[in-house]
Design a protein around this ligand. Structure first.
Ligand SMILES: Cc1ncc(COP(=O)(O)O)c(C=O)c1O
Length: 871
């Protein structure tokens, strides 16, 4: 098996064509977008056609499809709850939902969002109190100690239990809590009298649980994966007296909620396993302990530990509150605590020990014994405010559960009923339920999209397009290979052969031989709104559905009546066909025109006749500053890294993070130009006085111009700061602290591994992928025709001209080829006397520059060599 570009491209093509014009806004309104901003690095697609939506166009996304609203359904789930939209909007204004500037955040299962009030209150707290190290005994330390103890109490209260029943051990997160159990559980190897301990786990567990296997494998302990069906299907009524003398401890781990599908597993399994009524406990003598992984469940659901007394309960606080991060806990039942073994003893864990002798007595207090070193006490203190704000904003977990379930169910009903114009369903949803009940389904919806021929659309394509629409979701396997395999029908053999074919966890190889290697997950939090669901559904309908958008009414009606809550069957369905967006922001739109420019007196006017003659270079564009506007030239020198000064600079924010158009769309309104005779970079933007920045720092840079390291596309690059004047100019225009930096002249960065095979020149400027990007006019013409046809059949958008479309790709070189996509088969290209190699897709590098004065000029003829065919 191998991954073919052909396969990938074929599935990408549908959404690529559909995604651009069907967004509901005319292209004049779209912001030109930069290949520098591309999500995921790209490179697995063979042509820029498939690369377009994810990498070249940011389309602010007013909804073109209005989805049905179920008024009493909404009432049922939302008015019952706490959601005071105004309060929420105020508190989450960082994340405001607004088509042009806001985020539709749908990755709450990754981490949820924190309200401003939480951070404010915490800030106030630590500014007014002095919190010392809790291991000291001075007044500030006592204050810390007492506050931390109070927080422990609140945590237990949150889970309806008390310090008499459970202890709280703070950890850095769920994973650390799980590792702690793995390392301290009293695993027993087999003896003549008793069997070995068993580590049993549901296959639908997070990697962090499955990884316990790694700790126990050397101990002779048996690992037993259990599928969800087996637990009840293989349950037996065992005689409790049978095997009562056997003391072998066994551990059974299951998630209260699957982080893949949102399925909630019965909390009754806790007692069922402990009492040896369920599989696998019913099959093995000994003492059965249950680890209930609450990491995913605890974010939106109430957990009552008095009723479901699992022995170990790990979770992470950022999933519940968004803040603080890096803090989790393991709740341990006190009657289990004595069993746990501890080998390492860190600061604070000892009652006594001798430095010179092998003598150590652990602290009697359970928490102290297991919390090595000083706990993250300020983060723990922040939890006080996290609990406060959660309660103030929502009224509690029951309401959060109802609210988030309502949103998920609504999205599920619509997405699963959504059809292409030809009646084919749009989504394959991975779930065990039909989202009838919040006690069996959490606020997670997992799916893959399909084109109108039923072909799967790779999750990376969905992810990249969603990013452009500022919809934040998660894709891949979610660190839950078991569930991923089960739902996607991926055999063990296929996992192994996918690895051989180059697919690793977390990459963007989304389809192998047309079959998905992962999926898309949207998840909701207590601050999610109905608008978030609408934004997401509109995004799917606009970008991935062959028009006209259809809804399977029978299915929708059935799902609608499927609720276990009374009253919903009379819900009113209001279908708003051809609905118009409520509000389109009148924000300044970026011009899509390429910059008119001159170099050395040789002007290029907007109307300059492009060289349409076949096989010629028709346009040259330079992008001096990554993600900013282009300037066009008629001839330009070729430097060691590509076109001289192309992507030589970038803008970084106050934290020195590289800005791209996704992070700062206004970058495209900055028009940099290079004047070679005067060695200057000119910065211009509407409403600002132009400034000149020297191309080189002539003297030793002052402290503020120091060399530093920045990340570009995952690579470290050495950069030099261009000074305070440029920094203030950019900060004023972009409305945030920014600096202009350029790649250090002594620094060399190479193309990513895999692309550099047989390539003679791999040194890069601040580009993402390669030295040059070319666009073939013939390919863009074809794309433009597709777009126009599609627009004609759907609505009244203004037709898009080829030149505007070309500008979307932010190419350096535009050529007029004879055939659309012929460039996909080229291996080499000669323009004038410069030789290029086609590295992948439409990316080029030049071959050794024999002539150090190599120049490219518009009108140059080009010749090409074709790739040898074959796999
Ligand atoms: C069910 C489940 N368990 C464990 C974890 C690991 O949590 P953390 O990365 O916070 O340690 C996660 C994280 O998503 C999860 O969803």
């Amino acid at each position: 098996m191998h991954i073919t570009a052909e396969k990938t491209r074929r599935v990408c093509l549908g959404p690529a064509i559909q995604g651009i014009p069907a967004c509901g806004c005319s292209f004049g309104q779209c912001l030109s977008y930069d290949s520098d901003t591309q999500a995921g690095g790209g490179g697995n697609t063979g042509s820029y056609l498939s690369r377009t939506p994810g990498e070249s166009v940011l389309c602010p996304h007013p909804p073109s499809t209005a989805f049905p609203q179920f008024s009493c359904f909404l009432e049922q789930f939302f008015s019952a709850g706490y959601i005071q939209i105004k309060t929420l909007c105020r508190d989450f204004s960082n994340f405001k939902t607004n088509f042009l500037t806001g985020i539709t955040y749908l990755d709450h299962a990754g981490t949820t969002l924190y309200p401003e009030s939480l951070v404010r209150e915490f800030y106030q707290d630590i500014c007014t109190n002095v919190y010392g190290n809790p291991h000291s005994h001075n007044p500030s330390s006592r204050l810390t100690h007492d506050t931390v103890e109070h927080v422990r109490y609140r945590i237990l209260q949150h889970f309806n239990t008390t310090p008499d029943e459970y202890s709280v051990i703070f950890t850095s997160g769920s994973t650390a809590a799980l590792k702690l159990v793995a390392e301290s559980f009293p695993w027993r190897p087999p003896t003549a009298a008793e069997p070995a301990s068993q580590f049993c786990y549901l296959t639908d567990n997070h990697t962090s649980v499955v990884g316990i296997r790694g700790v126990i494998s050397a101990l002779g302990v048996v690992s037993l994966p259990v599928s969800p069906e087996e637990i009840e299907a293989r349950a037996k009524d065992v005689d409790q007296s049978e095997g009562s003398s056997c003391q072998t401890p066994h551990l059974f781990c299951y998630p209260a909620q699957s982080n893949f599908s949102g399925r909630k597993y019965p909390l009754g399994y806790v007692r069922g396993i402990q009492a040896r009524q369920l599989y696998p406990a019913c099959d093995s003598k000994g003492r059965w302990f249950v680890l209930l992984d609450a990491a995913s469940f605890a974010s939106c659901s109430p957990l009552d530990l008095q009723e479901h007394s699992a022995n170990f309960v790990p979770f992470s606080f950022y999933k519940m509150f968004g803040f603080p991060t890096g803090l989790g806990a393991l709740l341990v039942r006190n009657d289990t605590a004595a069993l746990l073994r501890k080998t390492y003893f860190g600061g604070g864990t000892a009652a006594a020990y001798l430095a010179g002798d092998n003598y150590y007595v652990p602290a009697s207090n359970m928490s102290s014994r297991f919390e090595d070193g000083t706990v993250s006490f300020l983060d723990i203190i922040a939890l006080n405010h996290s609990f406060d704000s959660l309660h103030t904003l929502t009224g509690g977990m029951d309401k959060i559960q109802l609210h988030t379930f309502g949103l998920t169910r609504y999205t599920y009903m619509l997405l699963s009923s959504l059809c292409h114009g030809n009646g084919q369903p749009v989504a394959q949803i991975y779930s065990d339920s039909e989202f009838e009940n919040p006690s069996t389904q959490g606020a997670i919806l997992n799916f893959n999209l399909m084109d109108c021929h039923g072909q799967m659309i790779g999750y990376s394509q969905v992810d990249k397009l969603a990013s452009l629409f500022n919809i934040h979701l998660r894709t891949g396997c979610f660190c839950n290979t078991g569930a991923c395999q089960l739902f996607l029908g991926i055999t063990n053999q296929v996992v192994k052969s996918n690895l051989q074919a180059g697919h690793v966890c977390g990459d963007n190889i989304d389809l192998v031989d047309g079959r998905p290697t992962g999926s898309v997950r949207v998840s909701f939090g207590y601050m999610s709104t109905f608008q978030d669901c609408q934004n997401f559904l509109n995004f799917v309908a606009d970008c991935f559905v062959e028009k006209p958008v259809k809804v399977d009414q029978d299915k929708l009606d059935r799902l609608k009546s499927n609720t276990s809550s009374k009253g919903s069957s009379q819900c009113l369905l209001t279908m708003l066909t051809n609905g118009k967006p409520d509000h389109i922001d009148e924000r300044e739109h970026a011009s899509t025109d390429l910059v008119v420019n001159q170099r050395g007196g040789k002007a290029i006017t907007k109307d300059a006749k492009s060289h349409e003659k076949a096989q010629t270079l028709t346009n040259i564009y330079i992008y001096p500053i990554k993600s900013c506007a282009a300037f066009e030239v008629t001839d330009w020198p070729v430097g060691a890294l590509g076109l001289l000064h192309d992507r030589g600079w970038m803008v970084v924010n106050g934290n020195r993070v590289c800005l791209n158009q996704k992070r700062e769309p206004r970058l495209c309104l900055i028009h940099p130009q290079i004047y070679l005779p005067s060695n200057t970079l000119l910065l211009q933007a509407s409403g600002m006085n132009a400034i000149c920045v020297p191309l080189k720092n002539h003297s030793e840079p002052p402290q503020s111009h120091r060399v530093c390291q920045n990340m570009v596309c995952g690579d470290r690059v050495e950069t030099v700061d261009c000074g305070d004047e440029a920094a203030s100019w950019l900060s004023e225009f972009l409305g945030q602290p920014c600096r202009l930096i350029r790649q250090s002249p002594d620094f060399s960065r190479d193309m990513k591994k895999g692309h550099e095979k047989e390539v003679s020149s791999t040194a890069l400027s601040l580009v993402n992928e390669a030295q040059y990007l070319i666009v073939n006019r013939a390919s863009v013409d074809l794309l433009q025709r597709h777009i126009t046809n599609r627009q004609e059949s759907s609505d009244d958008h203004q037709p898009l001209d080829t030149q505007t479309l070309i500008s979307r790709f932010r190419a350096n070189l535009v050529i007029s080829g004879k055939e659309p996509f012929e460039e996909d088969d080229w291996s080499h290209l000669i323009i004038g006397n410069t030789h290029f190699q086609v590295t992948f897709g439409v990316y080029l590098v030049h071959q050794s520059l024999e002539d150090s004065n190599s120049t490219l000029s518009v009108g140059y003829q080009f010749q090409m060599c074709f790739r040898l065919s074959g796999p």
